[in-house]
Design a protein around this ligand. Structure first.
Ligand SMILES: *Cc1c(COP(=O)(O)O)cnc(C)c1O
Length: 228
């Protein structure tokens, strides 16, 4: 087996055992392969091993890879910070956006979603660590934002996403993910998605209800330098 296929087996085993420990069906946790800085050839290899969902952070890099991989039935997720001038291309070329944190971006994505495509799946990114530097809407602003986004015509609000402050402390990891889960439940909108957990904290995220885990380095190896 290649290294990538080995990595995928190891991640799948981690997801399955974390789900089992939490009393959850492993199939309720989906793997989003985060391929930023990685070549199209690596995506092709991971897809051949059974993964269909790929996450990208940088628009231009993603568009180039999408073109190179247009023969494959891949599902593309945008997970990086979004500038207003990028919304049109994101609305045209992605199936999911996990990183919507303000109304203006959601409105533009809805207006610019092409008529022939299914509604764009949306997660609202929430700042659960309370740091000024982090992206994500403030928990206090979430209810209004969620209600407004849920009413936009060409979007389908699916759930919430967070990138908590990295820590090795399992209890602290779980506390941050529990906050996101409770915020989702508190909305009362029947949302089905929690996008939370990365290479170092997927177990804690699954214990707190993650439905997407976004895995980069544990799958593809360390990020390549000299790329955006
Ligand atoms: C890069 C990135 C990931 C993957 O992180 P790893 O620690 O490499 O697994 C997940 N989510 C977002 C939003 C990212 O930017």
């Amino acid at each position: 087996m290649s290294t990538l296929a080995d990595n995928l087996s190891a991640i799948s085993a981690r997801i399955a055992s974390a789900a089992q420990a939490a009393g959850r069906d492993p199939a309720s946790v989906q793997l989003l392969a985060v391929s930023k800085t990685k070549p199209a050839s690596a995506i092709r290899e991971i897809h051949a091993a059974g993964v269909c969902d790929f996450g990208e952070n940088y628009l231009q890099e993603a568009l180039t890879k999408q073109q190179a991989l247009s023969d494959l039935p891949l599902i593309w997720h945008f997970i990086g910070p979004i500038q207003s001038n990028k919304t049109k291309a994101i609305a045209e070329h992605f199936d999911w956006v996990h990183s919507v944190d303000r109304l203006k971006i959601a409105q533009r994505l809805s207006e610019q979603r092409p008529a022939g495509l299914a509604p764009l799946n949306i997660c609202l990114q929430v700042n659960v660590s309370g740091e000024d530097s982090k992206s994500g809407c403030a928990p206090a602003d979430l209810p209004t934002l969620a209600k407004t986004v849920a009413a936009l015509p060409n979007l389908r609000l699916r759930g919430l996403m967070a990138i908590p402050e990295p820590t090795d402390d399992r209890a602290a990891q779980e506390a941050a993910f529990a906050t996101l889960r409770q915020l989702q439940e508190g909305l009362g909108l029947g949302l089905d998605t929690l996008s939370m957990g990365m290479s170092h904290d997927l177990e804690a995220a699954i214990a707190q209800g993650a439905t997407w885990v976004r895995i980069g380095t544990a799958l593809f190896g360390a990020r390549d330098y000299g790329q955006p």
